[in-house]
Structure formats: structure tokens, C-alpha cells
Design a protein around this ligand. Structure first.
Ligand code: 13P
Length: 273
């Protein structure tokens, strides 16, 4: 299975200058520190960066000649193209900026922007209409985890895929190629707390089975883990065959830690080959 490590920069960094510095560190490290014959250079683990919307075009341009892809963190629910939607950024505008993917349903958007099931069905449809891949983020809160409701919560969140396909069955082939699920327990985001690898593995197995039923694919969907992934714990997550990569927040803001996490998944993948 193709491994992915995706950096969600959230509302960071503060300035364009900081963005340039981070990208320079990243690109330089990829170009110079990785010998030509290593797994990383063979692109076993795909890398993607999701900067803030204001930096999307600059980051896409800077990464154009590299192997690193660029994603938005969100797209407009109201229109795939243009319209009177102040403050929004459409799937078409994101694609035009050079990005090829978008995150959707991140818990911070569900919490602070009240992103609903209904709006996510529309956003998924808009993204695929503009040929953007989607990293759909799902995960339970601390209370739901304590109440052992993880799988129930995840099933409800995943049902956006089922509902989209009920409306637009023709999207089934796009979804099998352009959908990544990121399992991010809300209580693990930015807290330093992580579930055990065994817990994540079981949850990922459930997600893969559920999505396969919707999309009628035999090949498993890519499922990433997110929430306090860092240089120290990446190896353990990478060693589990159900964990296809990581969605990284804080540790993606330094090239060194982001690439160390990517390398953990490269090593694990190389060993599995
Ligand atoms: P942290 O890696 O900072 O916990 O953030 C995870 C996340 O929310 C990525 O989308």
C-alpha cells in the first residue's frame, strides 16, 4: 500500500517569509540529504502539505518541480466554482492555485465552523467535480472514546461517502482513487496523548472494511493516523500494516521532524516489500 505523510499546517506560519523558510528547509533536505537510491527518493512515501489558503498558490508554485503535493485545508460548500460567498474559496479556485487535494471534515472545522454532514457531502461532490483528491478527516472526542463509541461515531462520519454515492453513483471510481481517510481522535490532536497502535490498527481495519462496502472496492482505502504524531512515535505507527501513513500537525512545521516521520513510513514500507 502506498504510504502517505501529510503536513497540515493549520493557521501557520505567521508570514510568507516563514512559509518560504520552511519550504526551503523541506526542499533542500529532500534534494540534498536523501541519497538518490534510498526509498525516500523513490517516492515510496508520498508527501503532501496543506498550507493556509492565503499561502496555497505560493506553496504550490514552490513545490511544482518537487515530488511534494499541495492540498487546501477546506473548500466552499456553496459552489464548486464562483458566486457571492464572501470569505469562501472554491474547489475550482483551489485547483487553479495548483493544489491537487483538499482536507475535509477536520475536527477543528467541525468544532469551530460547525461543519455538518450535509455540508461535507456537498464539499466532497465539489472537490471531485474539480478533480481534487479528498483527505476526509474523522475521529471521536474524549467523551466518546471514554464511552466506547469510537466505531459508532466513525460510522456516522463515514456515511457522508454513502450519501454522496446515493446521490451521484457515478463518482464511485473517482472515490476509489481520490479518497484518503485520516483517522484523528480529537483528544489526541495537539495534546501529546495517543491511542495505542493496537487501538489505531483495529479502528483502521474497521474503516477500510466500511469504505470498501460503500465503494465496492476490493483494494483497501488508504487510512492515515493523525494526532500527536512525532519523531519519537512514528516508527511504532509505521510498523503496523493497517496504518498507511500520518496526518501531522505540529511536527509538520519543522522540516526535520516532518521528514523523520516520512522516513519512518519509508523504512516500514521498504521492510514490507
Ligand atoms: P498534531 O499533530 O499537532 O496533534 O495535529 C494533528 C492534526 O490535527 C493534523 O490534522
Amino acid at each position: 500500500m502506498q504510504a502517505w505523510v501529510i503536513g497540515n499546517w493549520k493557521q501557520n506560519p505567521a508570514t510568507s517569509r516563514d512559509v518560504d523558510a520552511l519550504l526551503n528547509d523541506l526542499v533542500t533536505a529532500l534534494e540534498t540529504q536523501v541519497p538518490a537510491d534510498t526509498a525516500l527518493s523513490k517516492n515510496r512515501c508520498k508527501l503532501m502539505i496543506a498550507p493556509s489558503c492565503i499561502h496555497l498558490a505560493a506553496v504550490s508554485t514552490r513545490l511544482k518541480d518537487s515530488s511534494v503535493l499541495c492540498a487546501a485545508q477546506n473548500i466552499s460548500e456553496h459552489s464548486a466554482s464562483t458566486g457571492a460567498y464572501t470569505g469562501d474559496c472554491s474547489a475550482q479556485q483551489v485547483a487553479d492555485s495548483g493544489a491537487t487535494w483538499t482536507l475535509l471534515g477536520h475536527s477543528e472545522r467541525r468544532q469551530y465552523h460547525k461543519e455538518s454532514h450535509h455540508s461535507l457531502v456537498k464539499k466532497l461532490s465539489h472537490a471531485l467535480a474539480q478533480n481534487l483528491g479528498v483527505v476526509l478527516c474523522i475521529g471521536e472526542t474524549q467523551t466518546q472514546y471514554d464511552d466506547k463509541q469510537t466505531l459508532e461515531v466513525i460510522d456516522t462520519q463515514l456515511s457522508v461517502i454513502k450519501d454522496l454515492l446515493a446521490q451521484q453513483p457515478e463518482l464511485v471510481s473517482s472515490l476509489s482513487e481520490q479518497l484518503i481517510i485520516a483517522y484523528e481522535p480529537v483528544w489526541a490532536i495537539g495534546t501529546g496523548k495517543v491511542p495505542t497502535v493496537e487501538e489505531v490498527s483495529k479502528t483502521h481495519e474497521h474503516i477500510k472494511q466500511t469504505v470498501a462496502e460503500f465503494t465496492k472496492t476490493t483494494e483497501g482505502t488508504t487510512v492515515l493516523y493523525g494526532g500527536s504524531v512525532n519523531m519519537a512515535n512514528a516508527d511504532a505507527f509505521a510498523a503496523d500494516p493497517m496504518i498507511d501513513g500520518a496526518l501531522v500537525g505540529g511536527a509538520s512545521l519543522k522540516a526535520e521532524s516532518f521528514l523523520a516521520i516520512a522516513n519512518a513510513f519509508n523504512q516500514a514500507n521498504t521492510e514490507l516489500v
